[in-house]
Design a protein around this ligand. Structure first.
Ligand code: BGC
Length: 755
């Protein structure tokens, strides 16, 4: 133990703390309650030594500028508690040395970074990971990320993002697990577990940061940072559950969102942070602001100046001020004036110190330089490739054009065919381009250059210069099958990268039209950061493989799927629209009083038709209703037959009943493959209108040709509950329906009654 850590602690207390010694292991449940008495004692002992300036310093998070004299002075004076964006292990150690050896109390820094879908070895974007519907893949990806990033000194990542995202215009849908609260909860927990491991004090873990608390995915119009209107029952039914699941799993930190909800910025929302998160859920982790989000309450029109914003955030319970310089500039004054109590300040500091103890930073403040930079290992690359293979979604396969037949000549074309930067997607600060393997490279490797002809046609996704298309089409004519690798560049999705046009950008649509006109079979591989409106791709392709930006090993993964070495099993984690203006679009919508029926579309409407002659139901005249491909959808190179659903009973007790639903699934095709069996329910009548379907369970199963297996799901009364108008969680008696199906739009409903 470094002597500087506790310079003047009374001996008895010091003895207790040292006896705590190597902090007893911080299990996954450690962030749930103050059950770790050793840590609490150490927190109190340290807190009692701190000046008000040192306390505020622990709450101050700054971005990295290297080991400059100014930064060293700030660290030595104790006015910075954590740093984001320092990723060089030697610099991290130099800065840490200033904190541990040259500041009065020797409190270590936490080094943070946005490690969102991999640090060096990049996995598919989170939306792509969600397409695997496989929590073990998501957990493994986070484990790899934690091992790589911690070997550079990063012990806190700002991930997972569990914002339920139902609007494909919103660029941040790329960072999410998609539109469904149940799926986002399962995968969010898996990611937390992967980052934090079973003992957060081990040096190869990172504290997870579950973000953005909360409702950010509802940003009006799919425009980033926008306002949201979310009634509390809806917030509790849809937006809060993934956060609750991650809090229960012991997520060490959360981050506030940029948006306001119903006019209240989340950074000032005492009800959210104190009543719900810390009160109802009993969570004792660190709440971090988003980048300068405390200061942003001024332009938001909620606070008149930075001091008012500081007061609001501190009182609401924002522990860490990321880059607003609000707490360092105003909090002392507020405490001295009595506007913020010392108790409030101390509680914020306690949370930060507790995290530092939980991370084992007092014992292991430095990166082990002999074991640093554990990047791109064979097993990490294999895990990334497996994740990319499992995330590929087969949307169309007419005439069995895929898998590619032996000996075919393949024309590889399109702006994403060799896009080392762009196939990695958003949030790849630490990307090494030359480690990325593209589709073109992988196919050349797999088939030999003699079997491949290649020309990009367009040099990047937004390219409108059609000059190269003719050459690509000419090459395509010489091949047996055309592979059009299209999509969106990385920069078109992610934070602040929202779009109103969800179709392929640039001249890609025109290029595809010309490729189709060759008469050769066209396979489109679509790499994007969001569900796009690809009706024209469907019309002009024989097969479509949809790959959310797949990461470092995207090329070999896609080559394996195209060649049939891997049978695709990805399923959509978000609905794909027919037209951009359908956004927001999600399967779990309300029925309306006039659900779509007898739709007469614009082109069918006679001249001077009577106002009501086209019917009065809920649809768009130019694209009807519903998605192009529904949530949960995904094909395979084999076929599955879902048998009838069998219920253990047709009645269920509303208080403590359970019901088991089973379904036999058979692989009726000729190759081994996996399907995702999905359980949906509908509460037909509620004291508030209920969605037409809600996902309540899923299981990914792999079957050999001819093999049958029965999947079973057991639901209890609470699984059927929702929040009523009084914000009470209730299971209301009445009629329900249930489906077990391969996507959210198929299957036969089976009824049961809750009494
Ligand atoms: C984003 C966060 C991110 C933070 C730190 C913000 O702009 O909203 O998601 O973690 O920056 O880089």
């Amino acid at each position: 133990m470094n002597k500087k850590l506790f310079p003047s602690i009374a001996f008895g207390l010091l003895a207790t703390i040292v006896a705590g010694g190597a902090i007893s292991s911080c299990t996954k449940s450690a962030a749930k309650g103050s059950d770790n008495a050793d840590i609490e004692a150490r927190v109190e002992a340290l807190l009692s030594q701190m000046t008000i300036d040192e306390k505020i310093g622990q709450l101050n998070q700054l971005t990295g500028v290297g080991c400059t004299p100014e930064r060293v002075a700030e660290i030595r004076s104790g006015s910075v508690g954590s740093l984001l964006n320092e990723v060089d292990p030697d610099t991290v150690n130099a800065l840490q040395r200033e904190a541990v050896e040259n500041s009065r109390l020797g409190i270590p820094l936490i080094i943070a970074r946005d490690v969102i879908h991999g640090f060096k070895t990049i996995f598919p974007i989170p939306l792509g990971q969600a397409a695997t519907w496989d929590a073990s893949i998501v957990e493994e990806g986070a484990r790899v990320a934690a091992d790589e990033a911690s070997s550079a000194g990063v012990r806190w990542t700002f991930s997972p993002m569990v914002d339920v995202s139902r609007d494909a215009r919103w660029g941040r849908i790329a960072e999410s697990f998609g539109e469904d609260p149940y799926l986002a909860s399962k995968l969010g927990v898996a990611m937390v577990n992967g980052y934090q491991g079973d003992d957060l004090s081990k040096p190869n873990t990172m504290a997870a940061c579950v973000k953005h608390f909360v409702g950010y995915g509802a940003s009006e119009g799919g425009k980033d940072y926008n306002t949201t209107w979310i009634p509390e029952p809806h917030l509790r039914d849809v937006y809060l559950p993934p956060f609750k699941a991650c809090a229960d799993a012991g997520a060490a930190t959360f981050m506030c969102s940029f948006n306001d909800i119903n006019g209240m910025p989340t950074n000032a929302d005492t009800h959210l942070m104190r009543d719900i998160l810390r009160g109802e859920w009993g969570w004792d982790g660190v709440m971090c602001s988003d980048w300068s989000s405390i200061q942003q309450m001024v332009p938001q029109g909620y606070c008149k100046d930075l001091e008012a914003a500081t007061e609001a955030a501190a009182k609401a319970g924002v522990d860490v001020d990321m880059m607003s310089y609000a707490y360092v500039s105003s909090l002392k004054n507020l405490v001295e004036q009595g506007k913020v109590s010392e108790k409030v300040l101390d509680d914020l500091v306690r949370n930060v110190l507790r995290l530092k103890f939980r991370l084992g930073l007092f014992e292991n403040p430095y990166v082990d330089t002999a074991n640093a930079r554990r990047f791109f290992t064979e097993s990490n690359l294999a895990a990334a490739q497996h994740a990319a293979e499992q995330s590929a979604i087969l949307l169309k396969n007419d005439g069995g054009v895929l898998p590619l037949k032996e000996g075919v000549r393949i024309a590889v074309t399109g702006p994403m065919m060799d896009a080392k930067h762009d196939q990695n997607g958003t949030w790849c600060f630490d990307l090494e381009k030359d480690k990325t393997v593209t589709v073109l490279e992988a196919l050349n490797d797999m088939y030999g250059e003699g079997k491949i002809v290649a020309a990009p046609g367009l040099t990047y996704s937004r390219d409108t210069n059609a000059a190269g298309i003719a050459a690509a089409v000419a090459k395509a004519r010489t091949a047996d099958v055309i592979l059009f690798v299209c999509g969106e560049e990385a920069v078109l999705s992610g934070e602040a990268h929202c779009r109103t046009d969800l179709t392929l950008p640039g001249a890609q649509k025109e290029m595809l039209r010309q490729l189709k006109a060759t008469g050769k079979p066209v396979v489109s591989v679509v790499m994007t950061g969001r569900p796009m409106a690809i009706k024209d791709v469907v019309d002009n392709s024989d097969a479509i493989l949809y790959c959310f930006h797949p990461g470092t090993m995207g090329g070999p993964a896609i080559a394996n799927v195209l060649s049939g070495k891997v049978n695709p099993s990805g399923h959509l984690p978000a609905s794909m629209p027919k037209a951009s203006a359908q956004a927001p679009l999600y399967y779990s919508h309300k029925n309306t009083g006039r659900p779509a029926e007898g739709m007469m579309l614009m082109d069918e409407v006679p001249l001077e038709a009577e106002q009501t002659s086209t019917g009065c139901t809920s649809f768009y005249m130019d694209c009807g209703d519903g998605p192009l491909f529904p949530f949960g959808y995904g094909l395979s190179y084999t076929d599955f037959n879902y048998g009838p659903v069998v219920l253990s009973s047709e009645k269920m007790d509303a208080k403590n009943g359970t019901i088991t639903a089973s379904c036999e699934i058979e692989n009726t095709g000729s190759v081994k493959g996996a399907t995702v069996a999905q359980l949906y329910i509908r509460d037909l009548v509620g004291s508030l209108c209920r969605p037409v379907k809600e996902l309540k369970g899923y299981e990914k199963i792999e079957l050999a040709p001819g093999e049958k297996r029965t999947v079973s799901f057991t639901l209890n009364a609470d699984d059927l509950a929702f929040y009523n108008a009084a914000n009470e969680r209730v299971t209301e008696p009445g009629d329900f329906q249930l489906w077990i199906a391969a996507d959210s739009a198929s299957g036969e409903a089976k009824g049961f009654v809750v009494e």
